[in-house]
Design a protein around this ligand. Structure first.
Ligand SMILES: Cc1cc2nc3c(=O)[nH]c(=O)nc-3n(C[C@H](O)[C@H](O)[C@H](O)COP(=O)(O)OP(=O)(O)OC[C@H]3O[C@@H](n4cnc5c(N)ncnc54)[C@H](O)[C@@H]3O)c2cc1C
Length: 357
């Protein structure tokens, strides 16, 4: 078998996506790639992706990240699911757990039997009562799940809520220790091969030119390579996803930390509540067609518990198809999972043996 040539991979952007890609490529495909990441501190990162799904644990495990160290460094808390408040009607609350409800019979899920009993008018407990994950979350407790499928403690899973501004620097340390190169600078242009249409180099404001075999666009909402260079058209999903703005406001954590994220319905969208070790992240994802920004800010300030840990942190436009898509549609936490699925695809392509022909 022929040795595979090493690839020069240029990663554009050093937010969560950029450093996840850099750390994963350097750790999992050693010798296969030389990783060069370019980011601009002047532009900065979004840094508000605080709630995650259990996929993030698979990522951390594959990179050999120690859980206790990760949690200490990113001020993380455990997350058993997402609580949806006031979605059906005011006063409604249900937890979507990272786990199962009851026990399936053959191919038929437990909830099918539960629904049947409800439709037949029979007395049944709330569905939550049949989920250990929900019950632990409601009690504000946490324990690690069991790996023994015979144990009821194997029926739930968990993720983390962490400070996104600390996660990228944590991964940066791993990537750089494994040989990733970082360049600070603002990218102003990209070069394209006239025949193939492939990107061949990027250019920085200081005149520096960086060439590569493979370019990974992790520039977030800027979409430098995919949108601006390759002119991939932006798909407008606002017809289905009217929430296009968000305001965020972290608070001091003054109440008990809940082991779940809350998504609470509001007049013109929904707000998130994400308890971390040192603060609680809050934000209101709203539809600009149904409210104005000041009204959204006032509504958020009136809703959050705990005193503000700093002034209104961010007020972002959330394009429907981009890194914020999951947020617009009220599925908090999906972003790392989306990023991971793209990363897995990239890794499988890069690790594939090339035919010598
Ligand atoms: C208000 C809000 C709340 C959110 N909360 C959550 C959440 O709780 N959970 C979740 O999963 N997701 C959440 N998201 C989504 C998540 O935060 C983002 O999708 C994620 O942070 C995006 O990371 P990224 O690395 O793709 O982009 P970014 O963090 O924006 O990083 C982009 C990088 O590109 C660089 N860059 C851009 N332009 C240039 C240039 N010209 N030259 C050089 N470098 C450049 C920047 O410097 C930066 O390093 C939220 C999004 C928003 C808007």
């Amino acid at each position: 078998m022929l040795a595979q040539p090493s690839l020069d991979v240029v990663i554009v952007g050093g937010g969560t996506a950029g450093w996840m890609t850099a750390s994963a490529l350097t750790k999992l495909l050693p010798g296969r790639c030389h990783v060069h990441l370019v980011e601009s501190e002047e532009i900065g990162i979004v840094g508000v992706g605080e709630a995650t799904l259990p996929h993030i644990r698979g990522f951390n495990e594959r990179l050999g990240i120690d859980e206790a160290e990760f949690m200490a460094r990113t001020r993380a808390t455990f997350k058993l699911g997402i609580e949806f408040e006031n979605w059906g009607k005011i006063g409604d609350s249900y937890i979507h757990p990272f786990g199962t409800f009851g026990r399936a019979q053959g191919d038929i899920g437990f909830h099918q039997y539960w629904l049947r009993m409800v439709h037949e008018g029979r007395t049944v407990e709330d569905l939550e009562q049949y989920s250990l994950g929900c019950m632990i979350a409601r009690l504000g407790k946490f324990d690690l799940p069991s790996s023994d499928p015979a144990q009821i403690a194997s029926t739930f899973n968990y993720a983390y809520q962490f400070d996104a501004t600390l996660f990228a620097p944590f991964l940066r340390q791993i990537a750089e220790s494994l040989g990733a190169q970082r360049t600070e600078g603002r990218i102003v242009d990209a070069e394209i091969d006239g025949e193939t249409g492939n990107i061949t180099a990027i250019r920085l404001a200081n005149g520096e030119r960086i060439t590569g075999d493979l370019f990974v666009d992790c520039s977030g909402f800027a979409s430098l390579l995919i949108g601006k260079t390759l002119n991939e058209p932006f798909q407008d999903w606002s017809k289905w996803l009217p929430c296009d703005r968000a305001v965020a406001m972290p608070c001091k954590t003054e109440t008990a930390v809940t082991p779940y994220t809350s998504a609470i319905a509001m007049d013109a969208g929904w707000r998130w509540r994400i308890p971390l070790q040192h603060r609680t992240g809050n934000g209101y994802v709203h539809a600009s067609g149904f409210t104005d920004e000041q009204t959204a800010i006032d509504a958020l300030v009136a809703s959050v518990e705990g005193s503000r840990s700093r002034t209104l942190g961010c007020c972002a436009s959330v394009p429907a198809v981009a890194s914020g898509a999951g947020w617009a549609i009220a599925f908090p936490s999906v972003w790392p999972a989306v990023s991971l699925s793209r990363w897995n695809r990239l890794a499988s392509i890069l690790s594939r043996q090339r035919s010598p022909l």
